[in-house]
Design a protein around this ligand. Structure first.
Ligand code: SAM
Length: 339
């Protein structure tokens, strides 16, 4: 905790009372807190795993009433508003609500907004961010439009603030859907399924008997459940990187993430490729889309025998691969080459 903004305000001492903690994740230093007096609210599966490892029992939605709150600011402003509104709904008037965030995530704009709505003090700056305290006025101070609400991303599709491409279908996913074959295999996985747009396109192709939607963001997956009501769909709140099924599948379709927070990190997409290879039969096939500049072909060739580009444009490339390397299996030769 040394050097963190939390140290500046809490000094390594757990605050009195029951603490509502919204948005803490793998990188939050929470050692000074007593997990028994904390409810950690987190929607992202990998962060939930990290919080559990630190002794917390995270939930995806706030349950109960608390004495004080600490909100970590997300990138999307609408999600930041929703977190603050949710915290305020579960705290009494007069309670302290701490807000912590990076400059790049808009902490200064939120500070300005909150100063106009409630008493704010204890503003501290450190490590490219700020933390401050809001003393909650009587109920009704939070603007009504801050609460989490459905967004209509496309006809028949709902999303929520903070989910990937919340305003509409992602152009890369649209490019991938346009390159999928007329008929798809019988058992398919959509890795990183988001709110389900791509999955809905997959289910329109003949041949699919079961489609597994794997998604780390619980809110996105809840939207997908509402958007994709086809009985062939199965929903998994999981980390795609270590997702397993009892039986291998014969198709994986994915538009993998390539960001951890703000930083571009192609390792995430590379891990998705390895996960896809583990999920597929040797004859199964992967279809994926990636930003043109991302170097995924090397990873694809490490874990698939046959890799090809199906098309794309200056922004995206659509890649396909088959001949997945099952653990312990001998790597098959690419088509047309003799051993
Ligand atoms: C580029 S988006 C594609 C979403 C969706 N397929 C679409 O077409 O709109 C990648 C998705 O992967 C999810 N994601 C990120 N990391 C993940 C992980 N480790 N495991 C599972 N899903 C993850 C993100 O929440 C996001 O919804």
């Amino acid at each position: 905790m040394a050097g963190s903004r939390l140290e500046l305000v809490f000094g390594g001492v757990p605050p009195e009372g029951r603490l509502l903690l919204i948005g803490a994740g793998a990188t939050s230093d929470l050692n000074f807190l007593d997990p028994a007096r904390v409810q950690a609210v987190q929607r992202l599966y990998p962060d939930v795993v990290a919080l559990k490892a630190q002794g917390f029992a995270p939930v995806t939605e706030v349950e109960g009433q608390f004495d004080l709150g600490l909100v970590f600011l997300p990138r999307a402003k609408a999600e930041a508003h929703a977190r603050i509104a949710e915290a305020a709904a579960h705290l009494p008037s007069g309670a302290s609500l701490w807000i912590d965030g990076q400059k790049t995530d808009g902490i200064d704009a939120i500070l300005k907004e909150l100063r106009a709505l409630a008493p704010v003090d204890e503003v501290q700056s450190r490590a490219h961010g700020k933390i401050f305290r809001v003393t909650l006025p009587d109920a009704g101070w939070v603007p009504e439009n801050w609460a989490a609400r459905d967004i209509e991303a496309a006809p028949g599709f709902v999303t929520r603030a903070g989910v990937f491409s919340a305003d509409g279908p992602d152009p890369a996913s649209q490019a991938l859907a346009a390159h999928l074959p007329e008929k798809l295999p019988s058992r398919v996985v959509d890795l990183g399924a988001g709110w389900g747009w791509l999955s809905a396109q997959i289910l329109q192709r003949p041949g699919v008997g079961v489609l597994h939607l794997v998604e780390a963001d619980a809110v996105a997956l809840d939207c997908a459940r509402r958007n994709v009501t086809d009985p062939r769909a199965q929903f998994h709140w999981a980390d795609a990187r270590d997702f397993k099924l009892p039986e291998p599948v014969n198709g994986v379709v994915m538009n993998p993430p390539f960001h951890e927070g703000r930083a571009a990190d192609p390792r995430l997409g590379a891990d998705f490729i390895r996960a896809a290879a583990r999920l597929l039969t040797g004859a199964g096939r992967l279809w994926m889309v990636a930003n043109r500049h991302l170097p995924y072909e090397q990873t694809l060739r490490e874990v698939f025998a046959d890799v090809a580009e199906l098309g794309g444009d200056s922004r995206f490339k659509i890649l396909t691969a088959t001949g997945a390397q099952r653990p312990g299996a001998r790597k098959p030769m690419p088509r047309g080459r003799k051993r």
